[in-house]
Design a protein around this ligand. Structure first.
Ligand code: FEO
Length: 174
């Protein structure tokens, strides 16, 4: 069984992850519209990963004796003034998601819900990678400045990102 306050936080995180997936899908569309197809692919892949994150929480809730309930998902931004603004939003958003994960860790620890604390360790580590990816995307873009050739090289590199479903969700059966 899950304590009601922990169940509520985990369900809110499903919504937060689905919000993330929609935000990144909008970013993919924004880049696609500007023919930056590598960036568009990278953010489309990120969208797929966020859906996985939501499903990991969904699966854990069901397995741990809770009930997954999908709440309303806010409309994410879809317009940005320039590439840098999109990348900066990506970093700020991941930092926000990290704060949400830490909030659940704090609540689960306080509630002595050690199985949830253990479950969340994967997300604590995942957020290190998520923030690093977003920070690297922003930093590399800033490094090329106004070099158009550099942007196209970066775009091509980002287009090679490969989506791999996480082992966390791959091993889960309802
Ligand atoms: Fe689900 Fe980007 O963290």
């Amino acid at each position: 069984m899950l304590q009601p306050e922990i169940e509520k936080l985990l369900n809110e995180q499903i919504v937060a992850e689905l919000y993330s997936s929609n935000l990144y899908l909008n970013m993919a569309a924004w880049f696609s519209e500007r023919s930056l197809t590598g960036y568009a692919h990278w953010y489309y892949t990120q969208y797929q990963e966020e859906v996985d994150h939501a499903m990991i929480f969904f699966g854990y809730l069901a397995q741990a004796g809770g009930k997954p309930v999908i709440g309303a998902i806010d409309e994410p931004d879809s317009e940005w003034p320039d590439v840098k603004a999109v990348l900066a939003k990506g970093l700020a958003h991941e930092q926000y998601v990290t704060s949400l994960i830490y909030k659940i860790v704090d609540a689960a620890t306080e509630a002595k819900d050690y199985k949830t604390v253990e479950f969340l360790k994967w997300f604590v580590n995942e957020q290190v990678e998520e923030e690093d990816n977003a920070s690297t995307n922003l930093g590399r873009y800033e490094a090329i400045g106004t070099d158009g050739a550099g942007l196209h090289a970066l775009d091509a590199e980002l287009g090679a990102r490969v989506y791999t479903q996480t082992t966390q969700i791959a091993g889960y059966q309802l």
